[in-house]
Ligand binder design. Structure first.
Ligand code: DHB
Length: 393
């Protein structure tokens, strides 16, 4: 098969890129070693920035986000025995939207199907070859067992944090930086009504907790745990008491209900530079990952492909070979802001193992300074709702 842009990875980044390129009249083939069902049923985050929603709607990829998503004009920070609202609408005139990443994926997969896009799910043994030549190739075994090769003009690695594409780049051509955290999130889904009108991010001496939502009858919540914890060893009762221990002191009560999903989510901060190697470009988690606090991962991945679609269009249709040279610099400006934001939210709200009373009181003072200052609240609101496209440079 011959195509203009070959895309490894059929998650939201890969599918959104295929969608945008299709609108520009550029052909794509997407391959993923997971099935569509596997991707759809992997629980991911649920918060979309203002411009992410705009991209989904304006590109025609999703109308459902507006009818089935929930607009949130703020969040609450809970700490030091009290709750404090950050009013995004008043501070920055923007909001965030609650709409699960799995639904973003479903909408994008439907859009590919409607457009007759070439997406190969459930392939095996994907390899990328000749990435610095004029004709990079993707080789794989299709779901029906046949050996396949896609030859393309440009190749995009949107294949997630364990990216095969990234690993194909020689050691000497890349710089990787990152940070590990000595804690993880215990994430649950439960059948219950919402516990609060908006998301509640809670700091306590026992650690972080987050009360998020999915629908009127399904809720998503997290609490800080040790990375080596075994999720299946936790009974529902134990989970509710861990949640309450972190939330009740701040005046937050959770409405309990049957827990339908339990998992320990480890995380890290990671950036790979550059994001281009010859004719291969990396997008989303393949190039960078953030800790989950603040839900920047999906938003960042979609910002990458929005930019990449614009640059690929210049390269493919106008023969402007310099266009792709701009990619790493322009994408990384936003990536590093999001790295800082996610690191900041994470370290401000979690309890470090072995934290002294000084450490806890210092964090509480940081949070108190933040919420008592309009400048502080505005800084958080700008980052949470997403830096506008131009300002991110
Ligand atoms: C969710 C996840 C996050 O990391 C976050 O900051 C907010 C919400 C979620 O899954 O709902």
């Amino acid at each position: 098969t011959r195509t203009q842009v070959g895309i490894v990875g059929g998650g939201p980044a890969g599918l959104m890129l295929a969608h945008l390129l299709d609108l520009a009249g550029i052909s794509t083939v997407v391959v993923d070693d997971r099935t569509r069902h596997e991707i759809y049923t992997t629980v991911r985050a649920g918060i979309l920035e203002h411009d992410t929603v705009r991209l989904l709607v304006d590109s025609g990829a999703s109308r459902r986000v507006l009818t089935e998503g929930y607009e949130h004009e703020g969040i609450e920070l809970a700490f030091g025995g009290g709750r404090h609202r950050i009013d995004f609408a008043e501070l920055v005139g923007a909001s965030a939207w609650l709409y699960p990443q799995t639904e973003v994926f479903a909408d994008l997969a439907d859009a590919r199907e409607r457009a007759g896009g070439d997406v190969r799910w459930g392939v095996r043994g994907t390899e990328v070859l000749d990435t610095t030549s004029d004709a990079p190739r993707i080789r794989f075994t299709a779901a029906d067992g046949s050996a396949q090769e896609v030859v393309c003009d440009h190749l995009v690695g949107a294949d997630g944090s364990r990216s095969q594409c990234r690993r194909s780049i020689p050691e000497e051509a890349r710089v990787q930086t990152g940070k590990e955290y000595p804690f993880a999130w215990f994430g649950i889904l439960c059948d219950a009504p919402p516990s609060a009108p908006e998301l509640v991010y809670s700091h306590s001496p026992l650690g972080f907790a987050l009360v998020s939502q999915r629908t009127e009858s399904v809720q998503r919540m997290y609490f800080q745990c040790d990375p080596d914890e075994d999720a299946s060893a936790y009974s529902d009762d134990r989970i509710w008491s861990e949640m309450a221990a972190r939330l009740a002191p701040n005046g937050v009560e959770v409405v309990q209900g049957p827990i339908t999903s339990k998992a320990v989510l480890r995380f890290r901060s990671f950036v790979h530079e550059p994001m281009r190697h010859g004719r291969m470009l990396l997008a989303g988690d393949a190039a960078h990952t953030v800790p989950p606090t603040g839900a920047k991962g999906l938003n960042l991945a979609l910002a990458d492909v929005r930019l990449l679609a614009e640059l690929l269009e210049r390269a493919v249709k106008k023969g402007d070979d310099d266009a792709l040279e701009e990619y790493t610099g322009r994408a990384l400006a936003r990536v590093w802001k999001a790295q800082h934001f996610s690191y900041w939210m994470t370290t401000m709200l979690h309890a470090l193992p072995g934290a002294t009373p000084f450490d806890v009181r210092r964090q509480e003072a940081e949070l108190a300074s933040l919420v008592s200052s309009r400048a502080g609240r505005t800084f958080l609101a700008e980052g949470y709702t997403g830096w506008p496209e131009r300002a991110a440079r």
